[in-house]
Design a protein around this ligand. Structure first.
Ligand code: ZN
Length: 277
């Protein structure tokens, strides 16, 4: 893929009312939200007052040593609502993967995550938590790939996983969901004869074969949370998706242009936040 195309996509992605409402949880989330504030962007920022998500009824949370199960209260609320909606639709229990660290910020060297900095991103595994996982299994998750390395559907490209992705788009706080290009292509085909407007939020991206990465929009309580542009209009099933499957064009004049990424500097407010102050 060409660098210019990557940049365009990166700048665009810089990442129904619910049937089942839980008044007590919503109330708690609203109350907790008061102490929480986000600074910066999804891939360069931090969060004060993040809340941990722990395993509960009809879902489990993967256990990572460093504690990556923190999020803005709106993200915690999103997960709970998704669990409720999925359960109401008869889907298996959900398996929740990476969110953010306690105060957000980068995951550090060696991590595959470029984002997850501000408590608004959550990875939802394409493995399910039915039957319920043991502690050992939660510490050693296995990858369930919906598409193979050539982006072709596997036996795990099932209607219930497709429905899980569709259900996640129904929350108005969800701005984008990143999945592998082959998954987006499969969804475009699967829902060819029905309403595909929800697919606007489902964005093709590298990786993301074994989980979907859900990103919420900046919440109202965080004026320093840097908003992203909304996804392009339309369901994204046409030209844009096709471009992911075309071989990259050779660079003009046969010369390779290599742009060195600039080192990231966290927003000033994050110095205090990351020290737990
Ligand atoms: Zn992710």
């Amino acid at each position: 893929m060409k660098i210019s195309k990557l940049k365009t996509l990166l700048s665009k992605t810089a990442c129904v009312m619910l049937l089942v409402l839980i008044p007590s949880w919503s109330h708690n989330a609203a109350a907790q939200s008061k102490g929480s504030e986000i600074f910066g962007t999804y891939n360069n920022g931090c969060i004060r007052g993040a809340v941990p998500l722990n395993s509960g009824e009809h879902y489990q949370v993967l256990i990572y040593g460093e504690g990556r199960n923190y999020g803005h209260p709106s993200l915690i609320d999103f997960v709970h609502k998704l669990v409720q909606r999925s359960h109401a639709q008869g889907l298996p229990d959900l398996l929740i993967s990476d969110m953010s660290k306690h105060y957000g910020g980068p995951f550090g060297a060696g991590s595959a995550h470029g984002s997850h900095n501000i408590g608004l991103d959550v990875d939802v595994s394409f493995d399910f938590a039915s039957p319920r996982k043991s502690g050992v299994e939660l510490r050693n998750p296995k990858d369930i790939f919906m598409v193979d390395t050539k982006q072709r559907p596997t036996v795990y490209f099932t209607r219930e996983r497709a429905e899980l992705i569709r259900l996640a788009t129904q929350d108005p706080r969800v701005e984008r969901i990143f999945v592998a290009p082959g998954i987006k292509r499969g969804l475009c085909e699967l829902y060819r004869d029905s309403d595909r407007s929800w697919l606007r939020k489902v964005r093709p991206w590298f990786g993301h074969r074994a989980h979907m990465h859900v990103r919420l929009q900046c919440p109202a309580d965080s004026p320093y949370c840097k908003k992203q542009l909304p996804p392009p209009a339309g369901d994204g099933c046409g030209e844009e998706l096709a471009s992911w499957f075309k071989p990259p064009k050779p660079a003009a004049g046969g010369k390779k242009t290599v742009t060195k990424p600039k080192p990231r500097v966290l927003p000033g407010q994050c110095r205090a936040v990351l020290q737990g102050r």
